[in-house]
Each structure stands twice: as C-alpha cells, then as structure tokens.
Ligand binder design. Sequence first.
Ligand code: FAD
Ligand code: EPU
Length: 339
Amino acid sequence: MELKKNISLKPYNTFGIDVNAERFIEISGIDELKSLISNGLLQQTKFIILGGGSNVLFTRDFEGLVVKNNIAGINVDKADHGMVRVTAGAGIVWSELVDFCIENNYGGIENLSLIPGSVGAAPIQNIGAYGVELKDIFHTLTALEVATGEARVFTKEECRFAYRDSVFKRELKGKYIIVSVSLALQENPVPDTNYGAIKDELRNMGVDETPGIQSVGEAVISIRRRKLPDPEEIGNAGSFFKNPVVSMEHFKEIQGKYPDMPFYEVDAEHIKIPAGWMIEQCGWKGKSFGDAGVHESQALVLVNHGKATGQEIIKLAMNIMTSVSETFAVELEMEVNVI
Ligand code: FAD
Ligand code: EPU
C-alpha cells in the first residue's frame, strides 16, 4: 500500500472532474483495509471509499483520504434448489462479474449488464436496469465497521433496499465499508424479458422465443450503448436524478396537460414519471453552459464536455431542478453522490 499525496482524481471519476485528493491509497485486500482501521487512519481522517467513481460528483478538492477499493476474488458455491451462490470482492468491476456469470450460465444478473462501477458500490444504491434490481439477486454482503474494524454480514432485509436506495445511503452512511457481495443466481436460468425494450431488441437481433441469458445480456448491452453516453468519450455519471414518484392525483393533473407523458405505475396510489422526459419538456436537452451540459439524446444524463467543474455541473443541476419544480410542481432528487 502506497500513500500518495496531492494527486488528481480525474482518472478516478467517470465525470472526469479534475480535483485533487490530499491523500490517496489503493487497497487490494481485506487485511490492508483492516490495517488502515487498526492504525486509526479512517477514524481520525475524513475519508471516502471509491470504486469506479461512476456515481460521484466532486465539487472541490478532497481534503482527506481517498481509499480506492481493488479487493478482488470471485467464489462459487452450489446452493440448494437449483441456485448458485456467487461471492465477489468489492473491488471487482461489476460488468466483469456479469460476464463471468453469463459465461457460466448463472442467471438473474444479465439485465444488469454494462452498468459501470464496482461490485462493492452496487448495494449502495441498489443498482437497477431493465426490470431487475440488485435486490432481486442479492443474498448477503460483508462489510467492515469503520469504528471497530469488525466484519458484519448484512442480510437483504438489513440492507433496506429500495429504488436507488439502501441503509448505506441513510443511517449507516460512511459507517461501513463493503468488502464482498454474495448473489443467489439460477443454475438453469429462465431470463426475464418482460421489459418491452428487451423484447424489441431480441426481435431485432432475430433471437427466437426462448432466448438464453447470453442473448438477453447482449440485447441489454446494445440498448445501453445506443442510449447512454460512454464515459470514455464524454464525462458523465449515468442518470443524474432519480425518477420521481408522485401521487395518483398529482399525476392526473400533469397528464391532463400532457396526455402523451410516459409513466410507470408503482402501486394503486403512486406513479413514477421519467425525469428525463420532464427535463426535455423544460427545454434542457442538448443544452450546454461552458463545458457543463445535458446530453443530447438522454436528458437525464448531465455531461462534462471537457473541463467542467463540479460546481458548474451542480449549478446546472439546480437550475434544472428549479425549472422542473416550476413547470410540474415535482421536486427532483439527485441520484449522484455529491462530494
Ligand atoms: P463510486 O462512484 O466509486 O461510489 C459511489 C458511492 O458508493 C460513493 O458514495 C462511495 O463512497 C460508495 N462506495 C463505493 N464503494 C463502496 C464500498 N465498497 N463500501 C461502501 N461504500 C462504497 N446505476 C444504476 O443503478 N443503473 C444503471 O443503469 C446505471 N447506468 C449508468 C450508466 C453510466 C454511463 C454511468 C456512468 C453510471 C451508471 N449508473 C447506473 C451509476 C453507477 O454505475 C452505479 O451507481 C455504480 O454502482 C457505481 O459504482 P462505483 O464503483 O463507480 O461507485
Ligand atoms: N425520455 C424522454 N427524454 C429523454 C430521456 C427519456 O422523453 O431525454 C423518456 C423515454 O422516451 C422513455 C422514458 O423517458 O419513455 C424513460 O427513459 P429510459 O428508458 O431511457 O430510462 P430512464 O428512466 O431515463 C432509467 C434508469 C437508468 C436505467 C434505465 C433502464 C433511473 C434514474 N434511471 O432511466 O439507470 O439504465 O432506466 O432501466 O432510474 C442510472 O441509474 O444511472 C441509470 C442509467
């Protein structure tokens, strides 16, 4: 473990924001993490644990310690009832874990193909895409308590997963570092192709009525490549805001004015409205202010065209929130972790 000082975080966040970390360390094993805790370093210093940096926005230099998590390893255990338990180190790249599972025909994870970032961050916001969320395949996770260094196993219930949310974004924020995640996957998978876009994509690919998980993974990857900007080409952190959930009454009011508005029913009383649609209606899509902008084909994604600062991105985000609030009386909530 080498403690570096005053280094640029630009290569460590997908927004490509150029701020400095006062101190920076990479860890490749649980023992290294334990020693940072037993030396009192994490308890005495302001710190942040970073995986792929694909869901963070740095707004200023980080006056503290950045811990880049590279904890590796993938283990497979056969479980009962046709299930396989796959446990991965928190520093494994999420999409590499997905590829590993698809190659071995362990099913349930394929709809989550190509989501950037690390395994350890996946539970933080209960990553989700194309009709599947992490919680649907989650078994348990192991995390070290920052205060004591003790390992604790969290069950699904204890993680309190919800849409882009978990206990680690709430009461336990900053209190635990996830070191591994266990998934419960199907040994003889039946893929979930209920999501309309996947069905259409499979049809375009000429795949028959009973696709394997490999084909579903490929369909998801091809939809994502078309819809979302590649952070290698243009800085971004995926959806900047969550899709808001409104009451049925409020939804009916908006729908009265905008009959073509897309929406998803959450339950009998609540409707989820795509924030990207609202942002587009407010005229923000494709707009740029210096290097901070709104993506030209997906208004939910804020982008850095080159040298935008985190402050400029936040200013744009705030202006969008005000405009959506004034137009629809809906308050958007940021999905990205602002630091
Ligand atoms: P980071 O950005 O490094 O960290 C995110 C947060 O988690 C930080 O607060 C960090 O401190 C904390 N954290 C990280 N690792 C740990 C750990 N081991 N223990 C405790 N806390 C930790 N998300 C979706 O849900 N669905 C999508 O479809 C999706 N698409 C995306 C598309 C693009 C192009 C991009 C850039 C992002 C997308 N995202 C999506 C967001 C992102 O991929 C996920 O949030 C991902 O889980 C972030 O992983 P990371 O390792 O990069 O996290
Ligand atoms: N839309 C517009 N204009 C836009 C963008 C979207 O009108 O500029 C409309 C689309 O036409 C569609 C609807 O909004 O009717 C939803 O759009 P899309 O299918 O692109 O999905 P999203 O709601 O924008 C969510 C997730 C994504 C996830 C996809 C697929 C959130 C905040 N975002 O996006 O997750 O990949 O669905 O499941 O829930 C992320 O979290 O970073 C992320 C990318």
